[in-house]
Ligand binder design. Structure first.
Ligand code: SAH
Length: 395
């Protein structure tokens, strides 16, 4: 097996179990690895440190998998990691109220570049590293054996793949193709999901707990759900007694799916307004109209794809939240989220503080939101913590 020696001092992060070795940390490569091959990583003193996937096209030259030298990265190894990941979600898998969740979350489950989401009997997978791409057949066999799905669909059309020098894929990998819309359940609410064309892998199951937490405040309230997608927050709010819900999203497919979901759950569509529009534009229109809501949800897409985009993203988050706060009166609630890994919770609080100041509102944080248990964060890999949010009350 190819051996890669790190520069002196660069072993530290690996010893702390951080799973990324940046290209600048490499000293010598003994052999000629192909991208995606498993290599041995050694310290400058030639001590074994870990096994990982090599890729010279990526800023992360080695994605580490295993720190125990005695293990072999073979079929049995993959089977153990996959089964561990599935078992750690066992109680979610047994839930009567939810049949969709993330089964494998990349580095957090020691499978860097592999994401597997379960949608009832179908699996939607994203392969974001060359190492996982090479092991694809083994991984599919193991998933079939462990879960007996109806079908496995590849949604690897993510930009992350281009950083790894692999082309985007979107298609059936195994079994039966899912219908255009399949039905799944989350928090006892039914959703239509379009696995092939929906966003991300079809649904944002990372907001499951937060939708439920927020819905507890919705009884008798008017709710504005911005960046609503297929209606996660809107539907949970209705289920918990919201009187009216207004949902805004720029995507036609999202609005269409959300309307289907309102019907599917037999909520009264007279109490629902779906607006296909840019949120920033729509919030300004509401402000000019003097419109007010009891609860405003802001769940935008990732504004900061990397640390270098942080300043610009911070301004965008601030402006968005300022506009959201302007639609609330005293006692109103703002549920605001960021799914940018580069924005940590302290930075996010600071941004919301600026937004409140600009909006001329005094606010208090009554809850913090985070990502759910099926999106765990390895403490040795803080980059895995991406979703955060605040529930803020206007005083
Ligand atoms: N809250 C959703 C997930 C939001 S994902 C849920 O619970 O499922 C982000 C959504 O923002 C996507 O549906 C995308 O179509 C939408 N979006 C992105 N930019 C937008 C914009 N400028 N205005 C309105 N919607 C936007």
């Amino acid at each position: 097996m190819v051996e890669i020696k790190l520069k002196k001092g660069k072993e530290k992060a690996v010893l702390q179990r951080h799973p990324w070795v940046f290209s600048g940390a490499l000293d010598k490569i003994k052999g000629a690895p192909e991208n995606g091959d498993v290599v041995r990583v050694h310290s400058a003193n030639n001590d074994f440190l870990a096994y990982g996937y090599f890729n010279d096209q990526s800023r992360v030259a080695v994605r580490l998998l295993e720190w125990n030298e005695d293990y072999v990265i073979d079929e049995a190894w993959y089977e153990q990691k996959i089964n561990n990941a599935i078992q750690s979600r066992a109680h979610l898998l047994k839930s009567k109220y939810t049949n969709t969740c993330r089964l494998i979350f990349s580095e957090a489950d020691f499978l860097p570049g592999l994401i597997v989401d379960k949608y009832d009997d179908f699996l939607s997978i994203q392969i974001l590293s060359t190492g996982i791409e090479k092991a694809k057949t083994i991984i599919i066999d193991i998933l079939v054996k462990a879960l007996q799905p109806k079908g496995i669909f590849d949604r690897s059309d993510a930009t992350a793949r281009t950083h790894e020098g692999i082309t985007a894929e979107n298609g059936l990998l195994w079994g039966e193709a899912p219908a255009a819309f399949i039905e799944v359940r989350e928090n006892d609410i039914t959703y239509h999901i379009n696995i092939a064309e929906g966003q991300k892998s079809g649904f944002y199951c990372d907001q499951r707990d937060n939708r439920k937490l927020l819905a507890a405040y919705a009884d008798g309230k008017s709710v504005l759900d911005c960046f609503s997608y297929s209606g996660g927050f809107s539907l949970n709010a209705f289920k918990n007694g919201a009187t009216t819900v207004t949902s805004v999203d720029s995507s036609a497919l999202a609005i269409e799916t959300l309307k289907q979901n309102i019907e599917l759950n037999k909520f009264d569509s007279k109490n629902h307004t779906a607006i296909q529009s840019d949120v920033n534009k729509q919030l300004r229109i509401f402000k000019e109209e003097g419109k007010k809501f009891d609860i405003v949800v802001l769940d935008p897409p990732k504004y900061a794809p990397s640390r270098s985009a942080l300043d610009r993203a911070a301004r965008a988050y601030k402006d968005l939240n300022r506009l959201g706060l302007l639609l609330l009166e005293s006692g109103g609630l703002l549920a605001t989220f960021s799914c940018s890994g580069a924005v940590d919770i302290e930075t996010f609080k600071q941004i919301i503080a600026w937004a409140a100041l600009d909006a001329g509102k005094e606010v208090q944080v009554i809850r913090q939101f985070s990502q759910p248990e099926d999106h765990p964060v390895r403490l040795s890999f803080p980059e895995g913590e991406y979703l955060k949010g605040l529930l803020v009350r206007v005083l």
